[in-house]
Write a protein that binds this ligand. Structure first.
Ligand code: ARG
Length: 499
């Protein structure tokens, strides 16, 4: 009884704490007006994190100056900036969901985006440029990019443009540095990206052997984005106008670009036509063909990896039980390493890390993303499967081995006819779990630009900004797949255990 009371007290204290935190947070924000601003901080020199993990860059300085200027104009206003970093392709959905108040992330003002979010007046003039390897002579302009392999950052104007190039194979990455790394590693022919960012990366010496094609292929203007009808948009616009007038803008421009800033237009001349909101059913139905292609790729990735994972894992499991000490030890180290490090890190090591170090050692090694995905998933699942196999074998009573020995059977025969068939039955349920985890883990391969189910969905959201409908459909599809496979595994288990 006493014990129960204590439980209740602990639970009520936790509830009170959570509620007061939530309510307290709200009260705080209404006094001071906390402005939640999102940015994807992988875009130097506009927004990035320096060594001290402090946000910095042109956009960061500009946003601070803009808010200070608008506070100076409206003296009843006291704004407090709260930065939040988000992946670029998540920014517009977050604005739509109103989970942030504004975003400054070198977002190009485009008519399509202006249908879902509002933009401030332009604050920077930029444009897209092509980057290629220094020794590449045949790519000169957009025309010569036809049928080439191009890396881009997902959801950017560069990605939209690349999609329109006839025959081009586009690989999309979560951040611009990853797309540039892909070019550096020689896996693609070109990157289409905002010119100032590529130039900055080349000039800071991080991208030897890469050059930029000087003629810009587009002219673009960046704007600060807010949710539709945001009360802050006016304040932001007042602030931008103010710093353009009083020289603060030029000062920040000079700090980051050591140049005179170009003149900026007050508005952009495109019409904001109102498009009717497409219904969720239509959004989902029209995304299905593309998602279905993704499902096939996901299945391919999972099935091939589990096949090799089973072979490698069984060997590891058997080595682990080996009477030869060093063999057992090696198997143990393998298992510890692959179980003890995140799959995502292993994937990055294999796909970006190993080719990069090979380049430094002056020989070229590159994986295609399917191969890298299969290698990472195989090596990782083999560690878990190794343990399943070991436990399965060890679960069979020692007495059986001794009995078989006394009947004169050879150790291999004992394993083959007596131990393994029984152990296998016990291994089926954990192997089923392992396969289902692996099936879900295939979604991590999206980070190396491979278009499996999850990436297909991200690409659709980057186009139509219907995050809820698409991610919910993807979740349902994964659920459907895992349910089918767990049914199959239960059938298999019953079939092998007929009694
Ligand atoms: N200007 C481009 C666009 O709006 C790319 C911006 C990417 N920004 C970033 N922080 N990664 O699509």
């Amino acid at each position: 009884m006493n014990h129960q009371k204590r439980w209740w007290m602990t639970i009520s204290v936790i509830i009170c704490l959570v509620v007061s935190l939530l309510v307290g947070g709200k009260a705080f924000s209404s006094q001071e007006r906390v402005l939640k601003i999102a940015t994807d901080s992988t875009f130097p020199p506009f927004e990035f994190q320096g060594n001290g993990s402090q946000l910095q860059g042109f956009s960061i300085d500009l946003m601070q100056a803009v808010l200070m200027a608008s506070e100076a104009i409206n003296d009843n206003i006291n704004l407090k900036l709260q930065w939040q970093t988000l992946p670029f392709d998540g920014i517009i959905p977050a604005l739509q969901a109103k989970s942030i108040d504004a975003a400054i992330s070198s977002i190009t003002i485009t008519p399509e985006r202006a249908k879902t979010v509002d933009f401030s007046r332009p604050y920077f003039k930029a444009g897209l440029a092509i980057a290629v390897a220094k020794n590449n002579q045949d790519i000169q302009d957009i025309k010569t990019l036809e049928n080439k392999n191009i890396a881009v950052q997902i959801g950017t104007t560069g990605a939209q443009l690349a999609k329109k190039i006839p025959g081009a194979k586009v690989r999309s990455f979560d951040s611009t540095p990853l797309a540039l790394q892909e070019l550096k590693n020689g896996n693609v022919d070109a990157v289409i990206n905002d010119a100032p960012v590529t130039l900055y990366a080349i000039n800071t010496g991080n991208l030897q052997n890469i050059k930029i094609i000087k003629t810009l292929i587009t002219e673009e203007f960046y704007g600060i984005a807010t949710p539709k009808k945001s009360p802050y948009l006016d304040l932001i616009n007042q602030g931008i106008s103010k710093i353009l007038e009083n020289g603060k803008y030029q000062q920040i421009y000079d700090k980051w670009f050591k140049d005179i800033s170009p003149t900026l237009p007050e508005t952009l001349p495109f019409i904001q036509e109102k498009t009717p909101n497409t219904s969720a059913v239509i959004v989902i139905l029209s995304s299905l063909p593309s998602l279905f292609q993704g499902v096939l790729v996901t299945l391919k990735l999972a099935l091939i990896s589990i096949f090799f994972g089973l072979i490698t894992g069984s060997l590891i499991g058997i080595f682990r039980l080996s009477a030869i000490k060093p063999v057992g030890l090696l198997a143990r180290i393998y298992i510890d390493f692959f179980r003890g490090t995140p799959l995502l890190v292993q994937l990055f090591m294999i796909y970006f890390g190993i080719p990069a170090i090979c380049q430094q050692l002056n020989f070229t090694l590159s994986f295609n993303p399917l191969l890298a995905g299969i290698i990472a998933l195989t090596l990782n699942s083999a560690a878990y499967i190794g343990e399943i196999v070991r436990a399965g074998i060890q679960s069979i009573d020692k007495g059986q081995t001794e009995a078989a020995k006394s009947l004169g059977l050879h150790p291999i025969q004992i394993m083959q006819y007596i131990i393994f068939p029984q152990a296998l039955r016990r291994m089926i349920p954990p192997l089923g779990n392992e396969f289902i985890s692996l099936l879900k883990d295939t979604s991590l391969v999206a980070v190396i630009g491979y278009e499996e189910l999850f990436r297909k969905g991200q690409l659709i959201v980057a186009d139509n900004y219907r995050a809820f409908e698409i991610y919910a459909s993807i979740a349902v599809i994964y659920l459907f797949l895992t349910i089918i496979f767990s049914q199959l595994f239960s059938k298999l288990e019953k079939w092998m255990n007929p009694v």
